[in-house]
Design a protein around this ligand. Structure first.
Ligand code: GAL
Length: 690
């Protein structure tokens, strides 16, 4: 089981101490110094009490190999300190200076084709480069020596979004490091060959010096999935190792201030295995950028739920989000009225005790000039800046929420970054699998049933949940299956999704029928066995298959050919699509009693509304879950004395809520004597004794 470092939360200065941190990335090095006093004045007006400083300022701090310039940093830190704005000081290592790449081009990472990445943006360096490491650590030490005792600096921000631009590196340095990583993992080439099934296509290695990176192998060449998966793991570990080295260089000089690095957890990407990274930070911080449209709030809550689990339910830090549009999508939607505040409060409800934006002042040039910020191009007399100030006020009113814990749900949806990577392998029965998206669909289906689930890493504790859902956990290790078996035997309930448990952690298919992981143990628990996968989508064939319970499948049906006598078929395939694909009458959803617990196997993908119906008709009565109002989502944060009850409107139309008599801390809606009408993006937060 993963163990986290001791949780330490950064101190705030002055009157804010104990409250919610509020601010953003601050890049004063990108502006003339004459702008700084106005920055500080407007930060105070907006209620800003923290900034993340100097994230991309390596070049400014070290303009040449033997030249260091801390004076500007001294001055701005002093000004911020006088204004009681605490500093989360960056290690400034995310973007290395051009002179360094010029001197050591071997520090650049390489793409699949062996081409060196050109310097000129950020994170161009290779995580395996000893030269990068040497210079980065020197910078960390210098910063720690200079600011370790500075009372305004209350936290360290190491790197920035590790792996955003340099997640995969195919350089010779990476090759050397990958070989060493494999040797450390497998110990002998025999073990590696066995795990990688290297006898396939004559790929056995005779020594670790023959191990290769999955570089470009020619058009249409197919990569060994086990090698690819190990490369994903290695790349994650190489970046994590970089972070840990920088963290340790700072901590050796400044041991008493908390250190973090900002994660990128959102449901449309999975760069790192953050369950591992969470164990290496003193407090978890995350960057989250909204999804426009009807999934906006749901997606935010789903991502945050995983962040909160990774933070082990301690408060966590929203290091970046946006006041309005970003500039990196093909079409960049702005936030509508009320969404800025609503999003900030939704993050708070999900456990964030710090609400920060990228960035304080909108850039006038550079690649991010059209990315929104707290202080827009048009200045302070703007709708957006007024909303930023309103949010600062609201967070002050909620200062007592800081330090409380998000109350857990009774349902856990298991997420595993490595399973996500395995669904991204291009040689599966279909390239349309996406574990994270299926987690999100399940999360949203629970919301549609008026229930809230927690998203929990597979590697964490989850035995305390009454029900676990395993959506598209394509890869499941034998030990994970044994753990699940103990959980169910002891009375737990699990729902196993259609493409779950197909390969083990070496990406090998367990034989004897699907889903076979755990050497058949998963099949036994579920009381089913399948022989083939029926994949829809081929041109000229049925686009969907109906289910006898009214559901519909559009991608994947596991052809179940054996059902235990004591298993119960809850839905079977039917209709024209089923006839065409010879599935008529074949079980699609099967329930089974195992030990003291219960299992459900859903052998096909189904629509969100089908999942919701399944939750309402099957899971809720069996587990004893009380269905709520799907138009709103309610989240409680509590400590021993208080409960903060946060309600958000997710319906897009007005929702009237009766007031319980509990004091209202915040209401964004129309308030009557005994009721509040929450408009779209409306929020209600009440406080009551526990
Ligand atoms: C993040 C990054 C920030 C900024 C932001 C824009 O990925 O950490 O520096 O680029 O995106 O959305």
């Amino acid at each position: 089981m993963l163990m986290n470092r001791a949780f330490t939360w950064p101190r705030l200065l002055g009157n804010s101490s104990g409250g919610i941190a509020y601010g953003g990335d601050y890049n004063p090095d990108q502006w003339p110094e004459s702008v700084w006093p106005e920055d500080i004045r407007l930060m105070q007006q907006a209620g800003v009490n923290v900034v993340a400083l100097g994230i991309f300022s390596w070049d400014r701090i070290q303009p040449a190999e033997d030249e260091w310039d801390f004076d500007w940093l001294d001055r701005i830190i002093a000004m911020l300190g006088c204004a009681d704005i605490s500093v989360d000081l960056a290690s400034a290592t995310a973007s290395a200076p051009l002179w360094l790449y010029e001197k050591y081009p071997q520090m650049l990472s390489r793409d699949k084709f062996g081409h060196a990445i050109n310097a000129g943006a950020r994170q161009s360096w290779s995580a395996s480069s000893p030269i990068f490491r040497e210079y980065a650590l020197e910078l960390c030490r210098r910063l720690a020596e200079r600011y370790g005792d500075n009372p305004t600096v209350t936290a360290w921000h190491v790197g920035n979004e590790y792996g955003w631009n340099n997640r995969h590196d195919y350089s010779d340095e990476a090759l050397r490091a990958f070989r060493a990583w494999c040797e450390c993992k497998y110990g002998s080439v025999e073990k590696l060959n066995e795990a990688w099934c290297s006898s396939f296509w004559s790929q056995e290695v005779r020594s670790f010096q023959e191990v290769l990176l999955p570089r470009h192998m020619g058009a249409d060449a197919m990569v060994n999935p086990a090698q690819q998966l190990d490369f994903e793991r290695f790349s994650n570990d190489a970046l994590l190792d970089c972070y840990c080295a920088e963290r340790d260089a700072i901590a050796a000089i400044c041991p008493d201030k908390p250190i973090t690095t900002n994660f990128m957890i959102s449901t449309d990407q999975c760069a790192m295995d953050y369950a591992q990274w969470g164990a290496e930070v003193d407090f978890v911080s995350n960057d989250h950028y909204f999804h426009e449209g009807e999934s906006h709030l749901d997606e935010l809550l789903c991502s945050d739920s995983l962040v909160s689990s990774i933070a082990r339910r301690h408060p966590w830090y929203l290091m970046e989000h946006s006041t309005s549009s970003v500039q990196w999508k093909p079409v960049n939607a702005r936030k509508c009225h009320g969404e800025l505040l609503r999003d900030a409060l939704a993050h708070v409800a999900m456990g964030a005790d710090a609400i920060n934006f990228f960035q304080w002042r909108q850039s006038r040039g550079g690649a991010e000039a059209f990315h929104s910020a707290m202080l827009p191009h048009a200045g302070a007399d703007t709708r957006l800046f007024r909303q930023v100030c309103e949010t600062g006020e609201a967070l002050k009113d909620l200062s007592e929420v800081a330090g409380t814990t998000v109350m857990p749900s009774r349902v856990g949806i298991l997420f595993d970054a490595q399973s996500q990577w395995s669904t991204e392998i291009p040689t599966l029965p279909t390239t349309k699998l996406d574990h994270w998206h299926d987690v999100r669909d399940w999360y949203r289906s629970f919301l549609d049933a008026g229930l809230r689930a927690d998203v929990v890493p597979l590697a964490h504790d989850w035995e305390q949940y009454d029900l676990l859902v395993l959506p598209t956990l394509f890869m499941l290790s034998d030990s994970a299956v044994r753990r699940l078996e103990r959980y169910v035997r002891g009375g737990g309930a699990i729902v196993v999704g259609y493409a779950t448990g197909i390969v083990n952690d070496a990406f090998q298919v367990s034989l004897g029928g699907y889903p076979g992981t755990g050497d058949g143990l998963l099949r036994t628990m579920l009381g089913v066995s399948g022989e083939e996968f029926n994949i829809l989508g081929a041109v000229g064939t049925a686009e969907h298959v109906e289910l006898s319970d009214g559901g519909m499948s559009r991608l994947w049906q596991t052809c179940l050919t054996r059902i235990d006598d004591d298993a119960e078929t809850l839905a079977a395939y039917t209709g024209a699509g089923a006839r065409e694909w010879e599935l008529s009458g074949m079980p699609a959803i099967v329930a089974h009693q195992y030990g003291g617990g219960r299992t459900w196997y859903i052998g096909c993908d189904v629509r969100r509304e089908d999942i919701t119906r399944f939750i309402c008709d099957q899971l809720a009565p069996q587990i004893g879950l009380e269905l709520g109002d799907p138009r709103v989502v309610s989240i409680d944060r509590a400590d021993d004395a208080h409960v903060f009850h946060c309600v958000f409107n997710r319906s897009g139309t007005d929702v009237e809520l009766c007031l319980t008599g509990a004091p209202v801390l915040l209401a964004r809606g129309s308030r009557g004597q005994d009721a509040v009408t929450l408009h779209a993006n409306g929020v209600l937060i009440m406080q009551s004794p526990r």
